[in-house]
Design a protein around this ligand. Structure first.
Ligand SMILES: [Zn+2]
Ligand SMILES: [Zn+2]
Ligand SMILES: [Zn+2]
Length: 438
């Protein structure tokens, strides 16, 4: 890691390879380090809401005169972004509605462009960190391989005018690196804004009991302590949503990151029973009934995700969203015969239902599901969790919008308490939130 970061160093983490640890104590809420993006890309669907260059959110952004798609705070941001935007600007005009590279392809194109300018500027220097990131080309399964091949085809199709590509195997390695090390950039409500690569943050290992949280200020990643840390403690983030039981977490980690976690929670599985809570009955359910319902739940979650991704429904189509809401209602009905309302599979579907309701403008529905999710979330997630603060925030904003001021204020206050730790007290989200509460 670069010398500019104080208070943290690389080390060989037993059983995990390279990792990061702190060289001095940190309190809850302390900024451990921040890391500018090596490369980043704003989601195509967020164009118009955020500046393409600095990810600043504001009204009245100025559009690129040529493609009429990319939006900027001002001429300074536009000029600064041109080295990246020129990869897409004329291609978007030429391809019109047929311009559809995946977000991963867009990011990889930018990484290749950054590398090229670095090579031109510093021909003798070793290329920046991205070469050090883990690759797992040999571990990639067939589905992922097919996706990578499709992405490589997309890269050639949409970006060949501006880039020279390395050979096929080097590209496969790069896509595999980006899949493991790319970060989803999210706003305070956990909406997806874009994807980025942060070389120093990519050095942080996973734990289901994380010691830090990563948030974003513009395109810069900030790493803050969410547990007290003493000198020598490893910096650990969660790569996945830690709501789910141990088996689910580890199959997710194996599928996406090619390892199994052996943190304290994975060893003791202390929360699994609460996470899989079943309804109270005088004669308990047969284990088979419960395991069948778990299988059903996992299948439904997969189906829901496939439909949502496939049709790119949110945001996109009213009809599709009605279909998704119906799917939530039906599966909640089915699972509710066996599972308690605080069971994580129920919570998963209620959370999805809340999202669909928000999209459909069904505020009462969104509040109904949000309120049900909130209490179990606060128990199952750690003390400072963005999953919890984002629900408080969404609910608080809904209440305020519906003139339920006291409920709104109380929810927003709870969001604020978590965000002051996770985002830092000086983050513009905090200032915006305080203004909303006035
Ligand atoms: Zn800007
Ligand atoms: Zn343009
Ligand atoms: Zn674990």
């Amino acid at each position: 890691m670069k010398g500019s970061v104080q208070g943290v160093e690389r080390f060989d983490s037993p059983g995990k390879g390279r990792g990061l640890r702190v060289t001095k104590p940190f309190k809850v809420g302390d900024l451990i380090f921040s890391c500018p993006a090596y490369s980043c890309v704003l989601s195509a669907k967020e164009r118009g809401s955020y500046c393409e260059y600095c990810f600043n959110r504001k009204e009245g952004l100025a559009r690129c005169g040529k493609c009429k798609k990319a939006c900027y705070c001002n001429a300074t941001c536009q000029r600064a972004d041109w080295a990246m935007h020129k990869l897409e600007c004329s291609a978007m005009v030429a391809f019109g509605p047929n311009w559809c590279p995946s977000e991963t392809v867009r990011l990889v194109a930018r990484i290749l462009a950054v590398r090229k300018t670095q090579k031109e500027k510093h021909p003798s220097e070793k290329l920046m960190l991205i070469g050090e990131m883990q690759t797992h080309v040999e571990d990639v399964d067939n589905a992922r391989r097919e996706m990578n091949e499709a992405d490589i085809a997309g890269l050639h199709r949409f970006y060949s005018k501006h880039l020279d590509f390395p050979d096929h195997s080097a590209l496969l390695a790069l896509f595999s690196q980006v899949a493991c090390n790319g970060f989803t950039v999210e706003d305070e409500e956990l909406s997806h804004m874009g994807t980025a690569v942060y070389p120093d943050v990519a050095l942080i290992n996973h734990s289901c009991l994380p010691s830090v949280i990563v948030t974003f200020k513009g395109t810069t990643a900030e790493v803050r302590a969410v547990t007290p840390m003493k000198r020598g403690d490893e910096v650990l983030i969660s790569y996945i949503d830690i709501l789910y039981p141990t088996d689910d977490r580890n199959s997710r980690l194996r599928d996406s990151y090619y390892f199994t976690c052996d943190c304290q929670e994975c060893r003791t599985q202390s929360k699994d029973k609460a996470k899989l809570k079943v309804r109270k009955r005088s004669d308990p359910y047969e284990p088979e009934v419960v395991s069948n319902m778990v299988r059903y739940a996992r299948k439904k979650i997969g189906e829901f995700r496939a439909i949502k991704n496939d049709k790119n429904i949110l945001p996109g189509g009213f009809q599709g969203s009605l279909e998704l809401r119906e799917m939530c209602v039906q599966s909640l009905d089915e699972m509710g015969a066996v599972f308690d309302d605080a069971n994580v599979y129920m919570l998963h579907m209620m959370y999805q239902a809340m999202g669909v309701c928000l999209y459909l403008g069904d505020w009462d529905g969104a509040i109904h599901y949000g309120e049900k999710v909130l209490k179990p979330y606060s128990v199952l997630y750690p003390a400072y969790s963005l999953n919890v603060s984002s629900i408080y925030l969404k609910l608080g904003r809904l209440y305020m919008g519906l003139e339920k001021r006291s409920q709104g204020l109380s929810a927003l206050k709870k969001a604020l308490a978590i965000m002051e730790v996770a985002h830092g007290k000086d983050h513009h989200y905090i200032a915006e939130l305080r203004k909303e509460m006035k």
